[in-house]
Ligand binder design. Structure first.
Ligand code: ASP
Length: 582
């Protein structure tokens, strides 16, 4: 038996017992006549004591050779500590060692295995197995496990069945670029890795399984914007014979369950907001509603004066920054610079200080009097002491810019408390989205999403206006889930694909299997998928998903630990009938 107890287990009640422990050397202190060693495993730390008077001499000698991260096994007696450590649960006892075995030596680790390590990101990733020994990473992985188990419990109790779907599938355009895998047995042909199990879960509904879920890896070959991973995990779900309302209720239930079980937070009904409203009030389809600073549109009160910039703008819109009137000129100039950065892209910013005495001081006092500015304050909900920040220009762009400013200021003002949870549903997304580059409409969600029946007549005349039965679940300014009611008849699916620019031949070639299935009694169905990595990170009160993934990839999509992707040898290329042209 390697151990009788873990290193997090022993208490005063165990004093007098002989125990065997195993683990890693966290640190050792050699006082000459006495050596203390902190022994660590997943469960905690136990202090060992080697005492010249009471420990066999050769064991003391051996203890002197121990380095950080050596793997050892000790046998000894649990004794009460003279100076107790109230910071750890085992802090009242120590082990008076009688026998020490070195199970494996260790090189000195390239960074310290401490909560706050001296290792940079790249180094930590290269030695991720050492990084995982650190509490924050270990705790994050355990936390993820807890969430995943709760998901499985909840959904299984509600009658959902977890079904595995294939990983080697057909390349179908679902929005992002596919990762492809060459087939050796089928010369010149390729599998794709699923961007999601979307079509399979729909086929499971045609197959009559009624309620499906799967915690599943998905793969998207996208340029990695901040904090994205090329492979990530979804809680993927689908239900048959449902309307949007049934799905929102089912998965609001799951989210509420997780918040309650994992975070001890009880939240009643989640608010709902249409996409149009979210864009108008927050300039964002995933608004963070933990704080206010809602958009106030100023076109009617700010245009038709002498200020040309506003007169020529499609949208003039502002937010009130709480307490911002006290910002110095320099601080405001910095904000202006911030919105003009290429990542945000505003051309400038107009501001109004709402003084405590009810007067206003603005950067456009030449064009607007106190009465005008009072109207701006009313429209943005600004109070004395606030600062109104105003941007103008093309509506879509200005909304995105002001939304970025709103989030930045909220972060600076400490309004984005990770312990506060504010979920909401955003519904009625547009079905289609115009893509400037390809000059074509794309499916905003994916091509299997059902248009709202009452908007179908607009499909030919005003496609951008057609709304979909599509919804997102938003938590603290992040999209944590999204889905839709699906098309379940061949004619509508074919119509949809033709609007997305597929010829009938292409539609058949790419999606024939799905449309065929729709001819054999496909039930009405719909579903959604949660991004598990992000969900876990937010529930865990963190901004980034990395530490909740055991072996994440870096921003170039590399695993720096195993060094992937990597070259393959000529023999492998030949087998696959591949030639490189670099
Ligand atoms: N497959 C979709 C996605 O990955 C989710 C869904 O529509 O259920 O975004």
């Amino acid at each position: 038996m390697y151990r009788t107890h873990s290193n997090g287990e022993l208490r005063l009640a165990n004093v007098g017992q002989e125990v065997t422990l195993a683990g890693w050397v966290q640190k050792s202190r050699d006082k000459g006549f006495m050596i203390w060693v902190d022994l660590r495993d997943r469960y905690g730390i136990t202090q060992l004591i080697f005492d010249e008077e009471r420990t066999p001499k050769e064991m003391v000698e051996k203890a002197k050779t121990l380095g950080r991260e050596f793997v050892i096994q000790v046998t000894g007696e649990v004794i009460e500590r003279v100076s107790k450590n109230a910071n750890i649960p085992t802090g009242e006892v120590e082990i008076l060692v009688k026998k020490l075995d070195i199970l494996n030596a260790s090189l000195t680790p390239p960074f310290t295995i401490e909560d706050d390590t001296d290792g940079g990101d790249e180094l930590r990733m290269k030695y991720r197995y050492l990084d995982i020994r650190r509490n924050p990473v270990k705790e994050s992985l355990i936390f993820r496990h807890k969430v995943a188990i709760e998901v499985r419990k909840y959904l299984s109790d509600k009658g959902f069945i977890e079904v595995e779907t294939p990983v080697l599938i057909k390349s179908t355009p679902e929005g992002a670029r596919d990762f492809v895998v060459p087939s050796r047995m089928n010369e010149g042909q390729f599998y794709a890795l699923p961007q999601s199990p979307q079509t399979f879960k729909q086929l499971l509904m045609v197959g009559g399984l009624d309620k499906y879920f799967q915690i599943v890896k998905c793969f998207r070959d996208e340029d990695l914007r901040a904090d994205r991973q090329p492979e990530f995990t979804q809680i993927d779900c689908e239900m048959a014979f449902v309307e949007q309302e049934d799905i929102l209720n089912a998965f609001e239930g799951l989210t509420r369950h997780l918040l309650s079980e994992v975070n001890g937070v009880e939240i009643s009904e989640f608010p709902r907001m249409t996409y149009a409203e979210a864009m108008k009030r927050y300039g964002n389809d995933k608004p963070d509603i933990r704080f206010g600073m809602e958009f106030g549109e100023l076109n009617t009160v700010a245009q038709h004066k002498e200020f040309g910039v506003f007169n020529n703008a499609e949208l003039v819109v502002g937010i009130a920054v709480p307490g911002g009137a006290s910002y110095t000129r320099k601080e405001i100039d910095k904000l202006v610079e911030w919105v003009k950065r290429p990542q945000v892209g505003a051309l400038g910013m107009v501001y109004v200080k709402c003084n405590e005495d009810g007067t206003f001081k603005s950067s456009v006092d030449k064009f607007y009097d106190q009465e005008d500015l009072a109207k701006w304050a009313e429209a943005t909900g600004a109070k004395p002491g606030d600062l109104i920040c105003v941007l103008s220009g093309v509506a879509d762009k200005v909304r995105a810019q002001l939304s970025a400013l709103r989030m930045e200021l909220a972060t600076r003002l400490g309004l984005r408390d990770p312990k506060v949870f504010a979920p909401l549903w955003v519904v009625d997304f547009p079905l289609l989205e115009w893509d400037e580059e390809t000059e074509r409409y794309h499916a905003m969600h994916h091509p299997f999403t059902s248009p709202k029946p009452e908007d179908m007549h607009l499909l030919d005349t005003d496609p951008g206006k057609v709304r979909a039965n599509a919804y997102d679940l938003v938590l603290n300014g992040n999209e944590i889930g999204g889905g839709s009611i699906r098309i379940h008849d061949k004619a509508t699916q074919a119509l949809m694909l033709s609007h997305l620019g597929f010829t009938p031949e292409q539609a058949k070639e790419q999606f024939g299997f799905l449309m065929n299935a729709f001819e054999y009694g496909a039930p009405p169905h719909g579903g959604l998928a949660f991004g598990l990595d992000r969900l876990v990170a937010i529930l865990g009160g963190q901004e980034t998903i990395r530490d909740f993934i055991a072996f994440p990839k870096n921003n170039s999509g590399r695993d720096v630990m195993i060094d992937a992707p990597s070259n393959i040898d000529d023999e492998q290329l030949k087998e696959l009938n591949l030639k490189l042209d670099l």
